[in-house]
Design a protein around this ligand. Sequence first.
Ligand code: FE2
Length: 442
Amino acid sequence: MLAARKQGNIGSIFANSFKGELPPQYIHLKKEISPKDPSLIQNAWQRLESAFEKEAPHIKALGPKVIPQVNYQDILNGEFPSNMKDEIRKRGCVVVRGVVPADVAKGYKQQVLDYIAAHPGQIPGFPEHDQQVWELYWSKAQVEARSHPHFVQTTTALNKLWHAQEDSMVDLETNLTYCDRLRIRKPNDESFVLREHLDGGSTERWEDSCYRKCYTDILAGQWEKHDAFDATYRLDAKMQLHDAPGGCEMFRTFQGWLALSSANSGCGSIRLCPLVKETTAAIIMRPLLQDILQTSSMGGAYPGTQIDIDPVLLPQVTDICVSVPDIYPGDAVFWHCDLVHAVDPKCKQSTDSSVFYIPATPLCNINTSYIQRQRETFRLGLTPPDFPGNNAEKDFDDRAKPEDLSKLGKLGMGFERIEPKHKLTKGAQAAIDKYNHVLNLD
Ligand SMILES: [Fe+2]
């Protein structure tokens, strides 16, 4: 059965935000997951504060330059250059230059503008009175961009920064397609503002026993051992225990967007906190610190929304947030699923700041099951399962249809059988078999 979410727009997730006192179950949860010896967390926190003190001046001195940058041409055989991999892992983010040629990216934007103009008053967006984040998923330009060979090559390289065990059911060499919306942010806009936050669920990171396993070392007071690129427990993590509107049900190794316009640094673009292990450790340990341990506070995380990073509770994290460098059409920005990010308060440039949101989503069981539902929405022109059920494009003759998909598009969208072209782990083979079976591609 198709999921039917309520109508809405990208603002729905904020409207849902409950910011009162959390129920006592969270006091019990914190007791259950804290180490027996409270000094383990307190000592770990002190070491973490020292790490931030050491790293922060460097990040502030470099500003946007601290974010790793790679030219698309340097991604060879689905791999980032070996001298960049550790830096991308440390920062948890990367700008990839020229993923598609600039004229192709600009062409995508024009196609979308034409698509919007062809259906006046029929497409919801945010904010409602001056739409900029459009509830659009199936324009031909979006569908084409998601399976552009260079984009697929890039997302595969991002997935391969991760690792899993031999029997983990994931194929990091195959990227599936997650269909998200787009933004055409107008000059001087101040409505689409997001302060520092984390997506991919909220209190689920502590509540769900599998999701929590991703942070075992942090919760044991050994944050230095935390491996943000181990996919093992991400594969069964429940990121949506509270049905957050707009929350993503797919496992994204990295969130990301493809730029359709220029976006000057700090002028209406994205900001990132480029230290993934340390910021994750801070967020996960924060509710367990003595000052709030006996309360139900989860350190700024609330069920059913994203995690807002409270600058009072986590100043170390918000303090290191930097703007991405100047971005040009065809560039893409990617950030790890646990990386704190924010949107500049104002679009301070004379031209629009426009992107297609497209993450990296490897082949694994939860992603296969989403693709199965997403494929059906694509066939019918409905809104994809994760998003507000506006179904605005249902009757648009000029939307993309399955027959418009390229070979790569068919593979990522569940329309074509996946034949492995490389030596697989046992788990990867099982994940592919399951994909082919669930999607009736046997
Ligand atoms: Fe976000």
